[in-house]
Design a protein around this ligand. Structure first.
Ligand SMILES: Nc1ncnc2c1ncn2[C@@H]1O[C@H](COP(=O)(O)OP(=O)(O)OP(=O)(O)O)[C@@H](O)[C@H]1O
Length: 732
């Protein structure tokens, strides 16, 4: 667990730095602990509005994306910020890019630490901002981005005009933010939608609904009788809104200016008064926007969920709206500050209560550190039946109740509570952990009921476009009486109030966070003027005091932030012992390690089951471990080198012997072949030569014999003829 106090926004507005080594350190620790211990982690970022929570969350996400990158998911996960900021952030008097919703982003990692998906949960979007807000503030960024950045074709399709032409946008006299180019931001948004793989068709649906909301704001009413009943003025707003929703102008007129009232078996159609009609129009616009926001989050989750099959563990980053205290605080601030009380409780629990309880349970010597406990304030909200939330819900169920009657009820029931103070004219004050806030109850009951009339739901369900139909079905499913799934019954059924829904969501969130190892980042706002490098010391100190940072520093200095069971310690550092005492129990091993490393006794305490260390001691242990491991690694490195070199030489020798044998064998075979061929050639030559010689000899012999026989014959003949002559002479 780690707590980091961020003063990052001291650089705000002029020198934006998107680097923060301290945030990196927190993210790094969470990442390493996740891989090491196999436990899900959470990074809880809190602080006042404008203190830098969203920027810090983005820096942490970027760092985690870099650590778990190379899976292709990281750019998608980072691009979600662009979409969520466009639809859920707006300019307020305290922050030009204030998140008007809470967000928990769960980043999933595989066993090897690769990012493999993400899931986003959102909490309580401030939907009233769509139709109304304080002077100088803006509605959600996306409206201005769409009006100034949409390409001409899209503008024509949606009949879009400039932001100044829409009542919902121009009413607060603030259309621009210094240094922000809405038209450029629209291109960035479309790129992000493409990266997240939101199809062009779905993007078109999103932009059509946004345009429909804007055009609905331009629908006006005219009073037709003395009772202030109204008729809808047939103007461009009415026709365009109907076209974009996929219904007829008449259907829209009916939903906005009439109510069906049941009288026995019959139903009577009643015209609405001007206030009722404006409320009906605004309620429908707010409802469409809130459902559109949920729908886009659903689409993002669908896209980011593709790779979650290989999920192993996750790191959740919580960026929830900061504590707010304006000149006029309403229902939204009431819910936001309640959520902050819950988070402060989680913080106190982990940093003070659980830690100190652990010291006592393990029997170590400890003088308790006092801290500002907000349990009383939290029970003021949550106590049943006499808590703020229960009383608000109870009053919301009475049809005749008013905001004033609610304020009076609070005064009656809660004035004994030290955290509550009743004020004049329907106001009340709560002493929060971060300071006192005065709330104005006007609008509390209506906002808590958040009812949309059956006519409006019927209208949405009968629209030709897909999204309004989808929103209507979600509304029906949301209604408590799930058995009667039709729009007729939605208004009649007991719908869950906004605060109850929010409370349930918060409890679920807390349960989820409890199952993780928390890391806290406290953002501190340096000044209330949104200026860089300006420190308002009182504001600074106030925040440090309120969020318990001073106590955290105290407890960190005197306390024992690092704890390990004897077993864990022995397993982790036992190998550092020079003499082997492996047969001994983990406690003896641990003590022997501590003595060997000369850790001063005042820097640690030995509990029944755990060892407790003061700040910095683990670093010393880790240092010794690192040195030992480094030495071991060095020896291993050289041994492995030697071992492999010897192995290599042996292998080389073997290979060479083998190669020479093969080569000899091949040469021998080759030689044999050559000799055989040579011998065969010689034999052939011998026989050929003999044959030629024999033939020649025979020929010569023949000729000689012929010659000799000729000569012999001749000689005989001559001899014979000489003898005959001689005989003749003798005879004569
Ligand atoms: N690390 C930072 N570096 C530079 N500027 C920052 C940093 N953090 C915050 N800022 C500045 O402060 C402004 C407000 O920050 P951010 O929107 O994060 O506040 P927040 O606490 O989330 O407020 P809210 O609760 O209203 O959403 C930013 O628009 C930016 O200008």
């Amino acid at each position: 667990m780690m707590i980091y106090v961020a003063f990052s926004s001291m650089l705000q507005y002029k020198q934006k730095t998107k680097d923060d080594p301290h945030v990196y350190a927190v993210a790094d620790l969470a990442f390493n602990e996740m891989l090491q211990d196999g436990i899900n982690q959470s990074i809880i970022i809190s602080g006042e509005s404008g203190a830098g929570k969203t920027e810090t969350a983005k820096i942490a996400m970027q760092y985690l994306a870099a650590l778990g990158g190379a899976s292709g998911m990281e750019s998608e996960v980072l691009q979600t910020n662009v979409i969520l900021e466009a639809l859920g952030n707006a300019k307020t008097s305290r922050n030009h890019n204030s998140s008007r919703f809470g967000k928990l982003i769960e980043i999933h990692f595989s066993e090897t630490g690769k990012m493999c998906g993400a899931k986003i949960q959102t909490f309580l979007l401030e939907k009233s901002r769509v139709v109304q807000r304080a002077q100088g503030e803006r509605s959600y960024h996306i409206f201005y981005q769409l009006c100034s950045g949409a390409p001409p074709l899209l503008k024509k399709k949606l009949s879009l005009k400039s932001a100044n032409d829409y009542t919902y946008l121009k009413q607060s006299n603030c259309l621009r933010i210094d240094g922000v180019d809405d038209s450029k931001m629209f291109t960035v948004l479309v790129d992000a939608l493409d990266t997240i793989q939101i199809s062009k068709e779905d993007q078109m649906k999103l932009f059509s609904m946004l345009a429909a909301v804007l055009w609905m704001g331009n629908i006006s009413f005219s009073v037709v009788d003395t009772e202030n009943h109204v008729e809808v003025v047939s103007n461009e707003g009415l026709a365009t809104a109907a076209k974009l929703l996929g219904c007829t102008s008449n259907q829209l007129v009916t939903a906005m200016s009439t109510r069906k009232i049941r009288a026995g078996n019959d139903s009577i159609v009643k015209k609405l008064t001007l206030t009722q009609a404006i409320d009906a129009r605004d309620a429908l616009a707010k409802s469409i926007y809130a459902h559109l926001f949920d729908w886009i989050v659903e689409q993002i989750n669908h896209s980011l969920g593709m790779g979650r099959q290989c999920t192993w563990r996750s790191i959740s980053i919580l960026d929830i709206y900061g504590f707010e205290c304006f000149n006029k605080n309403g229902f939204e601030q009431f819910c936001i500050n309640y959520a902050n009380e819950r988070l402060q409780q989680h913080f106190n629990r982990h940093l003070f209560k659980l830690q100190q309880e652990e010291y006592l349970e393990d029997g170590i010597d400890w003088a308790p550190v006092k801290f500002v406990d907000n349990t009383d304030c939290l029970s003021l909200f949550e106590k049943k039946p006499l808590g703020l939330l229960s009383l608000l819900d109870e009053e919301s169920t009475f049809p005749k109740a008013t905001d004033l009657s609610f304020a009076n009820k609070l005064k009656q029931q809660l004035s004994a509570n030290s955290c509550f103070k009743g004020e004049q004219e329907g106001a009340f004050k709560i002493c929060h952990y971060a300071g006192e806030v005065t709330y104005d109850t006007s609008g509390f009951l209506e906002k808590n009921r958040d009812s949309l009339h059956s006519e409006s739901i019927q209208l949405l369900s009968s629209c030709k476009c897909e999204l309004p139909k989808h929103f209507a079905s979600v509304m029906v499913a949301d209604s408590q009486n799930k058995s009667s799934q039709s729009w007729h019954s939605v208004v009649d059924t007991q719908k869950q109030s906004v605060v109850t829904k929010f409370k349930v969501q918060l409890f679920k969130l807390m349960q989820q966070l409890e199952s993780t190892t928390p890391h806290f980042i406290r953002c501190i706002q340096p000044n209330g003027k949104q200026r860089p490098r300006l420190f308002e010391h009182d504001l600074f100190l106030h925040q440090l005091k309120c969020c318990g940072v001073l106590e955290v520093v105290r407890i960190s200095r005197t306390g024992y932030p690092t704890r390990m069971t004897h077993q864990q310690f022995a397993e982790r550092y036992g190998f550092l012992l020079l003499r082997s005492i492996a047969s001994q129990d983990p406690l003896s091993v641990s003590i022997a390690v501590l003595q060997q490393l000369n850790i001063p006794p005042e820097m640690y305490q030995v509990g029944y089951t755990k060892l407790f260390f003061r700040t910095g001691q683990v670093a010393a242990l880790e240092n010794a471990k690192r040195k030992m491991l480094h030495g071991t690694l060095c020896i291993q490195k050289h041994f492995r080198g030697l071992h492999f070199r010897q192995g290599y030489q042996g292998l080389k020798k073997g290979a060479m012997t083998f190669q020479s044998f093969i080569r000899g064998e091949r040469a021998r075979i080759h030689f044999d072949n050559v000799i055989k061929r040579w011998r065969a050639a010689v034999l052939i030559q011998k026989y050929t030569r003999r044959r030629i010689a024999a033939t020649m000899f025979n020929d010569q012999l023949k000729h000689i014999i012929l010659l000799q026989s000729g000569q012999n014959t001749n000689a005989c003949r001559m001899k014979w003829s000489q003898r005959s002559v001689t005989t003749k002479f003798k005879g004569t």
